[in-house]
Design a protein around this ligand. Structure first.
Ligand SMILES: Cc1cc2nc3c(=O)[nH]c(=O)nc-3n(C[C@H](O)[C@H](O)[C@H](O)COP(=O)(O)OP(=O)(O)OC[C@H]3O[C@@H](n4cnc5c(N)ncnc54)[C@H](O)[C@@H]3O)c2cc1C
Length: 326
């Protein structure tokens, strides 16, 4: 039997994050081809509780690395913890979510072990050498590659695999490990946080996202997007033009150098649809474009379009939502 597939599971506030659940779904299918088990690795506070909830995601055993020095995110220390479990378990593969942290931790592990790492993988076919397909150029290109290594290190491209529904099944066995950290592992670490605005819906979790681009015209005119968002429980984001011009904070940027979103509906207002923007929103189930230009590139990916001035269209939608709600 092949060694297990280890999966790094990120979590916060007692919940596994969505990309980690996608990585578990990817790992379950990989483990099925290998005839191996899926085992999770969790680091940081709250790990044991989250570990116990992962049975419905195909996890048989969950490894928890407990050490107060891992309470705050520190990429090298997290990689050391993951390496400790990998050494103990001789896995076939170590899989991480294709998040900023998942990618960073796995890259550290690759550097420490000298193993090759493949990022943004969409499929993996085990064999003598593994055949993998992975996203390049922010998802605009797929690359066929082979991966030859005793332990394959992979991150899973965001939103290419559906997470399991997590139906209740027996909890996995939870195994504790001690971390073996060096001072150098803690040189880079999170030392403080800015609290998000309370009540603000996060762009990556929102079911509806309204994005604004240059066509919005100014920071003040984003109020039209905010008003509709407030009514329908949406989050507001922007294109790079909107963030570069200071109309929105950089943390609201959607795209290659911003956030990848996957809402049920993305309403793109005054956004032309540059490839660097589209890679951030192409996982949306539906895209509605509101644009004055019927030939703008966003039309090629939009499911619905309203050709018109967003300053007329958005208030009309807002008024209609209000009217229907009485
Ligand atoms: C390395 C690199 C990384 C990048 N990363 C990102 C990224 O992460 N995210 C990102 O968004 N971009 C990114 N970009 C920039 C990207 O190439 C585009 O320049 C940018 O997305 C364009 O923003 P926009 O659509 O808001 O503006 P524009 O391209 O100027 O489009 C404005 C649109 O608004 C429409 N419009 C104008 N007025 C109205 C109106 N009143 N009503 C309705 N429609 C109107 C116009 O018809 C036009 O289609 C990156 C570029 C590079 C080179």
């Amino acid at each position: 039997m092949s060694g297990p597939v280890l999966v790094l599971v990120e979590h916060a506030a007692g919940e596994p994050d969505r990309l980690s659940l996608e990585a578990l779904a990817f790992a379950s299918s990989l483990a099925g081809s290998l005839g191996a088990d899926v085992e999770a690795v969790l680091v940081g506070p709250g790990s044991a509780g989250v570990a116990a909830s992962l049975g419905g995601h195909g996890v048989r055993t969950a490894h928890v690395v407990a050490d107060g020095r891992l309470d705050a995110y520190a990429p090298a220390a997290f990689a050391s913890a993951l390496g400790t479990v990998a050494e103990a378990r001789s896995p076939s593969a170590v899989v991480a979510p294709g998040s900023d942290r998942g990618t960073e931790v796995l890259a550290h592990l690759a550097a420490r072990t000298g193993l090759p790492m493949a990022a943004n993988v969409v499929s993996a076919e085990p064999g003598e050498s593994w055949r993998i397909v992975r996203q390049r150029w922010a998802g605009s290109l797929l690359e066929d590659a082979t991966l030859d290594a005793p332990i394959r290190l992979l991150t899973v491209a965001p939103h290419v695999v559906e997470a399991a529904d997590g139906a209740a099944v027996p909890a996995p066995e939870v195994v504790s490990h001690n971390a073996s950290l060096a001072e150098a592992d803690l040189v880079v670490r999170v030392t403080g946080r800015e609290a998000p605005e309370t009540g603000k819906i996060s762009l990556t979790d929102a079911k509806v996202v309204i994005g604004g681009g240059r066509g919005v015209g100014s920071a003040e005119q984003f109020a039209e997007l905010e008003e509709l968002a407030g009514l329908i429980g949406a989050a507001v984001g922007g294109s790079r033009v909107a963030t570069s011009l200071g109309w929105r904070p950089h943390s609201d940027q959607i795209g290659q150098t911003g956030l990848r979103i996957a809402p049920e509906l993305y309403i793109a207002c005054g956004i032309s649809g540059a490839i660097q923007h589209i890679v951030g929103c192409k996982a949306a189930k539906r895209i509605l474009a509101i644009n004055t230009d019927p030939d703008s590139p966003i039309m090629a990916v939009a499911d619905y379009a309203v050709i018109g001035d967003l300053h007329a269209v958005l208030p009309a939608i807002t008024a209609e939502v209000r009217r229907r709600r009485g």
